[in-house]
Structures are given as C-alpha cells and as structure tokens.
Ligand binder design. Structure first.
Ligand SMILES: [Mg+2]
Length: 351
C-alpha cells in the first residue's frame, strides 16, 4: 500500500466557538491509501490543539507510519493498529485517518459498506443533534432559526451568561430536545446548581460539566444532578471507560480522541459491559470524517454528527444528517466521495 495525504481547509458557516475558544477556519488532513491493484481508501484526520495535535503533527506522524503501511497486509487491521501504536504514542487523529482509510479500502474490496460488514442495521441509528456554538446573545435566535430542520440542539456553554444562552435558545425553540455541553468549564458545585436550572428548562443531557481529569467531580455532579451526565474530554480511549463507571451515565466517543474505528468499537463494548450509555461525536470535519464515525451509529444511544453540516465548504459527500436523521450511505467502504469542484483539490503528497 502507498500512503499519501492532502491538507484541506474547512470553513464553518459561523466560527465554531466553545468554552475554550474557537476558530473561523479548520485545517484537516485527508489520508489516501492506494493498494497494489489501484484500489483507494480515504480517511480524515481532524487534529485538535486541545489533544496536542495539528496539521503539522499529523503530517509528521504519517511520515513515521509510512514504512509500516507500505509493508502491511491491508486486511490485517488489528496488526496494523498495534504496529502504529508501537511507532508513536497518542496522535489519535492521525491514526484514525489511517484506520478510516483501511476500513474504506476493506469495504471497497468486499463491495459492502463497513457497517454492513460489521452486521449493523443502519435503520437503528439514533437522530443526530445539531450544535449551537457560543455566540453573542443577539445572534442566538438566528442560529436556532438556521437549525430549524434539526429536532435536537446541543448548546455549547461555559460562559459568564450560560443561563441567558439557554433561556434564549429555549424560547426560540420551545418544543425541541435540548442538550448542553460545558466543555469542562464548570466546577462540580456550579454544575449541580446549573443542572437544576437546565432540568427546569427541559434540557435532557449534560456533557462534560467539569475538568477532564476531575473524575470525582463528574461523580459528584452525577450523584446530585437531575440530568444524565456524559464524559467527553474525560474519555479518550477504551481504558478510560472503566475509570468512569459509576461517575457518569455515558461516554462520548470520537475518532480524533480514540485513534481508530476498532478502538471506537472496543469503547462501545466496554461501555455496554459497564452499563454506560454510548454517544459518539465529531470535530469540525468533512463528510468523509463523519462517514467514518457514522459506521458505528447503529450501536449508539446518542449521536452528535454535525461536523460537516456546520460547514460552508464540505468537500465530500457521504453520510448526511438531514432533519437530524443519520442517513448512512450504502456505497462500499465508508460511502464517502469527493465533490468535484471547479478548482481541483490540492494534489495528494506522498507522506
Ligand atoms: Mg463535547
């Protein structure tokens, strides 16, 4: 197999702002694996500064993966993953792009979507939420209006006006299901106070109220909150799941945190064994990245797959979340393909 990559620039319709800040542009890396018979698999890395990754670290990691990939058996997905983990620790988004491309290649070789190879029924996928990122109060109503087609909104909090934000969104969307994500911005005591208010506002779920390493804080909130509490920043890989049992009601899986589709599956099963609910989410990424994580959608209780729906320039088509309904493509592999544009995309470079 040959490994090549290209960098893409993604523009959200609005700057994607959360408790720790935000950006108007996001740069991701597309990985292409070309098998000896010319078959191609694609995957996307959505590196995030919070998890110590960038386009530069992804490209550097890919260069280190190259010798492993070039001599690998493309069907030996587990061995390749073990080998990549030996080459370099962390770098989850870079690894997840390779994993996604390998699964894409496998599905194309077999002529089946990855979720069908796994025996999953796409009609059992839950609905996806759509995110209302942090914005000025006077902008929020318009944001809710733009999200009119989505029945579930996820509100980003962690500001000094969180209650105002929730009240504005609730009054603009009186009948919608609402979820809240504080992105680790609150103290445990503040989160408990907020949970009473949020529950009164009909919010149904609270994601990552406290700092990532504050497992006891999560437990404190869960024991006193009227809302189910989900861990996102606290739960990166499968070995984190056991540590969270009893401290949260559920976990949020992302490829950019866990590093592969296979680790995502292991997290689902670890969570189920510990009676935890399972959610999966995404970063700002194109429909290629969404199509990868969406392969596990039929196994989820909760999904947040709006990364591409938030974009003004999605360069891929694949899984969509029209009206909140996750529609997995039935094309082989991940089911994603590039959208032809007038300007040809930057060429793929050898890693
Ligand atoms: Mg989150």
């Amino acid at each position: 197999m040959k490994l090549s990559h290209q960098t893409i620039e993604l523009k959200p319709v609005h700057p994607f702002v959360i408790a720790r800040g935000g950006y108007a542009h996001h740069r991701n890396v597309i990985v292409r694996l070309t098998d000896t018979d010319g078959l191609e698999g694609f995957g996307e890395a959505a590196p995030n500064k919070y998890y110590a990754e960038s386009v530069e670290t992804v490209v550097a990691a890919l260069a280190q993966f190259k010798p492993v990939i070039e001599r690998a058996d493309p069907l030996s997905l587990e061995s390749i993953e073990t080998d990549l983990n030996r080459v370099i620790r962390g770098n989850a988004s870079a690894k997840s792009a390779v994993s996604s491309a390998l699964h894409d290649l496998l599905g194309k070789r077999l002529g089946l979507p990855v979720h069908r190879i796994w025996g999953l029924d796409p009609s059992t996928a839950p609905q996806s939420s759509f995110t209302i990122a942090i914005a000025e109060n006077h902008e929020l109503e318009a944001r809710v209006e733009e999200a009119r087609d989505y029945p579930i909104l996820k509100i980003k909090l962690g500001t000094d006006r969180d209650m105002e934000i929730v009240r504005i969104v609730r009054s603009a969307a009186p009948a919608k299901r609402l979820r809240v994500d504080a992105n680790a911005a609150w103290t445990a005591k503040h989160a408990v106070r907020m949970s009473d208010f949020l529950s009164d506002q009909g919010v149904e779920m609270l994601e990552q109220p406290v700092a990532a390493n504050d497992i006891e804080g999560l437990r404190f909130v869960r024991e006193r909150s009227r809302l189910p509490v989900f861990a996102d920043e606290s739960c990166l890989v499968a070995t984190d799941v056991a540590k969270l049992a009893g401290a949260v009601d559920g976990i949020n899986i992302k490829l950019a945190k866990c590093g592969s589709l296979r680790e995502a599956l292991r997290m689902v099963h670890a969570a189920r064994a510990l009676d935890l609910q399972v959610m999966a989410g995404c970063m700002i990424e194109s429909s290629l990245g969404i199509s990868a994580i969406a392969q596990i959608a039929p196994l989820l209780d909760t999904a947040d797959f709006d990364g591409a729906a938030l974009l003004s320039n999605d360069p891929y088509r694949g899984t969509t979340i029209v009206g909140g309904t996750i529609r997995l493509s039935d094309a082989p592999g991940l089911g994603a393909s590039p959208i032809a544009t007038e300007r040809p995309a930057a060429a793929f470079q050898s890693a």
